[in-house]
Write a protein that binds this ligand. Sequence first.
Ligand code: CTP
Ligand code: CA
Length: 237
Amino acid sequence: LERTRGAGTLAGRRVVVSAGGTREPLDPVRFLGNRSSGKQGYALAAVAAERGAEVTLVSTADLATPDGVAVVPVETAREMEDAVRSAAASADVVVMAAAVADFRPADVAEHKIKKSHGPGPDGAPDESVPALTLVRNPDVLAGLVASRRGDGGPVLVGFAAETGDEDGSVLDHGRAKLERKGCDVLVVNEVGGGKAFGTDDNTVHVLRRGSGDVVDVGPATKSAVAAAVWDVVTDLL
Ligand code: CTP
Ligand code: CA
């Protein structure tokens, strides 16, 4: 099937998608990470390109690059922030599908952290355990919301993995997060019970700020979820 450049519902649009879990180094060989596979972000990038958008995919994942997508590889939250912010300057839409670590190790050891440092003067091995101190990472999406241009700037889309609990349902948590984060669209991802992480299927609720409407999608393939998200976003452009 021949895809026509410049055709499609996102023709002429520049979109930025972030994907995957950030990796926050502890030492040259170790990092703090999370279970995000990056598949939903890649599906979003692929569908946007199919619909004619110029797509920048800021990614920590090692997945096949979708046709027509420019990948910017990153590892840490701070690298992701730099790459997303520079691409966002000329973008119509930014979709933060990445699982950005909220915290990172305060210090990165220059050399591999060793289990023990050999026997001390008393001949006993050092069996101490290093303390791990964390500091907060920048919130990339909050930064984009805070620096919106006067003319509105890009449409900002967040993702949130939520579980229902005694404080509320998945949707309750999603609505509260949408208000708190101030983005235009929040895609609330149902997690727990083997849902979402690393699988090819996803169940989401797409919320729009200032609207009580919810678009429920799935269980569906991550491509079908991506198509539904772009349908909602395209309405806002
Ligand atoms: N996000 C971000 N930068 C961070 C943390 C999150 O840009 N440092 C983005 C994510 O990419 C996602 C959205 O914010 O699009 C929501 O992330 P989430 O982790 O659900 O929200 P938090 O505000 O971090 O709240 P919490 O983890 O406490 O639920
Ligand atoms: Ca978080």
